[in-house]
Design a protein around this ligand. Structure first.
Ligand code: NAP
Length: 319
């Protein structure tokens, strides 16, 4: 028995794809991954998702999206896809719980994860001063001193954004030379609220209920230092959650899936939506939009497949 469409991932892209494919009567099955909701579910307060003028927490937004998709018949499995076979049709998927599925189409919405520093205190204080999203959390640091870790475009761009709120933004970089493009370097150097801490890596993040200071090590001298800050924004890159598809789908050097303007991968019937392919915008609303697009394209793909004489789609999705 083949599913019409399996959606892998439960962030805004996956949940929106579930809503749209459910409303198209495709009886979608969404396999959530280990963290239901993805990155947005880890955000305390979402103030920039349209429709919620008072803001909404990431978990609440995720739950509402889930309920909305469920209302139209989307089904959810709290499981993690561990293997895919895209070289045959129907496509085959296996999960960590030992389930096997066949699917006529697949929407990959596995998202991306911010790279973590991997230092003591980082995990415990995530959401309590440690953040990976200035757009989401910058507002909470009005008048505070904060550190941004990294020397690339993201660190400088987000550091500049954070000067709208923070009293002081320390950009902590492991070298004495920035990776970021010159125009961002120039703007950052000219900004009186930004100070650079060169040649330094984070040893640990300290704080009882929230971030109080950073332990730094100077990589040239080996000396230690403490930096009193109430927030730490980590911008040392992202990695897309696409390991599972290596060797079967095209991806760029960083692992982002390659899709055309209709979000098709190189295999007809396999679509990607959200941060598994989008390395530019990285916003929940953009991922939701991609989820909608992938769902609409999936619907067309399945209609074409049926037209070619494939077993007709039954209301419950089984041939
Ligand atoms: P990135 O360019 O990979 O830069 C990551 C930065 O983090 C680098 O400075 C790197 O140091 C540092 N880093 C990496 N691992 C670290 C660790 N374990 N501890 C401390 N520092 C560490 O990542 P990104 O800034 O997120 O940018 C990703 C891509 O998006 C790039 O292609 C970028 O050009 C693009 N982007 C463009 C814009 C824009 O055009 N406005 C804005 C954002 C991003 P090293 O320099 O020493 O390697």
């Amino acid at each position: 028995m083949s599913e019409n469409v399996i959606i892998i991932g439960s962030g805004p892209a996956g949940l929106t794809a579930a809503l749209y494919t459910a409303r198209a009567n495709l009886d979608p099955l969404l396999i959530s991954g280990n963290e239901f909701g993805g990155q947005i579910a880890l955000t305390n307060e979402v103030e920039n998702y349209p429709g919620f003028p008072e803001g909404i927490t990431g978990p609440e937004l995720t739950e509402l999206m889930k309920q909305q998709a469920e209302k139209f018949g989307a089904r959810f499995e709290f499981d993690h896809v561990s293997k895919v076979e895209f070289g045959k049709h129907p496509f085959a998927l296996e999960t960590e719980n030992g389930e096997h599925y066949d699917a006529k189409s697949v929407i990959i919405a596995t998202g991306a994860s911010p790279r973590r520093l991997g230092v003591p205190g980082e995990l415990d204080l995530t959401g309590r001063g440690v953040s990976y999203c200035a757009t989401c959390d910058g507002f909470f640091f009005r008048g505070k001193d904060i550190a941004v870790i990294g020397g690339g475009d993201s660190a400088l761009q987000e550091g500049l954004f954070l000067t709208r709120f923070a009293n002081k933004v320390y950009i902590v970089h492991r070298r004495a030379e920035l990776r970021a493009q010159p125009i961002l370097q120039e703007r950052a150097r000219e900004n009186a609220r930004i100070d650079f801490v060169w040649d330094s890596v984070v040893r640990d993040i300290q704080g009882k209920d929230s971030v109080e200071s950073l332990g730094l090590v100077n990589v040239r001298t080996g000396g230690s230092a403490e930096l009193a800050v109430q927030g730490v924004f980590v911008y040392i890159g992202h990695y897309p959650n696409t390991e599972l598809f290596k060797g079967q789908l095209d991806m760029n050097q960083e692992g982002y899936l390659q899709v055309n303007e209709r979000l098709q991968t190189k295999i007809p019937g396999i679509f990607a939506a959200g941060e598994a392919h989008d390395h530019i915008f990285k916003q929940a609303i953009v991922s939701a939009g991609f989820g909608c697009m992938a769902a609409m394209e999936t619907e067309k793909f399945l209609a074409d497949l049926e037209h070619q004489g494939y077993p007709p789609l039954s209301p419950n999705g089984k041939p």
